[in-house]
Design a protein around this ligand. Structure first.
Ligand code: AMP
Length: 192
């Protein structure tokens, strides 16, 4: 069971991934969180990417590919990953497929959380008070939303064509979304 979950900033990817990993003993792989950790730890990579992230742009496909490959290749994560915030574009979706194949794995479910810009702005401003993320201000949130919209269409088509895509209304209450995702997971043959 490997899942990808994508959606605009503030769609609830992190919240839902968190709930699912606890319920089904999976592991959350948030590329955004891994990148923020690099910045916090002031690593060479962190120094290189902080301005890119703080401007709401995407870091290079190569950097995130290396991050996810580290996880996918480890046995404890085998068939137990939720990719939160990856892939963000078609190249990343294809890279993910190649790496998974190399490790005898695949994606079982692709979830798209749909949320309108008005809700996103509201959620991001609320989150700013809780998490203190440098990229959670209105201007950068809009930029991140635009970056998402600009790149995601071919990713949606990619998973639609593979019959893996489920679109979820991300404006619904957290528990309803969670029930919907749980239903999908339970429907996967050979799982549970
Ligand atoms: P997130 O926590 O998913 O909202 O990601 C925060 C920021 O990290 C994004 O705005 C990007 O700058 C960067 N980032 C996260 N995931 C990716 C990815 N898959 N590809 C490129 N950049 C990413």
């Amino acid at each position: 069971m490997n899942i990808v979950i994508f959606g605009p900033p503030g769609a609830g990817k992190g919240t839902q991934s968190n709930l699912i990993v606890k319920k089904y003993k999976l592991y959350q792989l948030s590329t955004g969180e891994l990148l923020r950790k690099e910045i916090q730890n002031n690593t060479e990579l962190g120094k290189k990417i902080s301005s890119i992230i703080n401007l709401g742009n995407l870091v290079s496909d190569e950097i995130v590919r290396n991050l996810i490959e580290n996880y996918i290749s480890k046995n404890i994560y085998k068939n137990k990953l939720i990719f939160d915030g990856y892939p963000r574009n078609l190249t990343q979706a294809k890279n993910l497929d190649v790496i998974l194949k190399k490790n005898n794995q695949k994606i079982d479910i692709a979830l798209k959380l749909s949320v309108g810009l008005k809700t996103i702005k509201k959620r991001i401003l609320e989150r700013k008070n809780l998490e203190k993320r440098a990229d959670d201000n209105e201007q950068i949130a809009i930029k991140r939303y635009e970056t998402y919209e600009k790149n995601i269409k071919p990713v949606i088509d990619f998973y639609k064509d593979s019959n893996l895509l489920t679109v979820i209304n991300g404006e619904k209450p957290i528990n309803e979304i969670n029930d919907e995702i749980s239903g999908l997971i339970k429907g996967i043959k050979g799982w549970l």
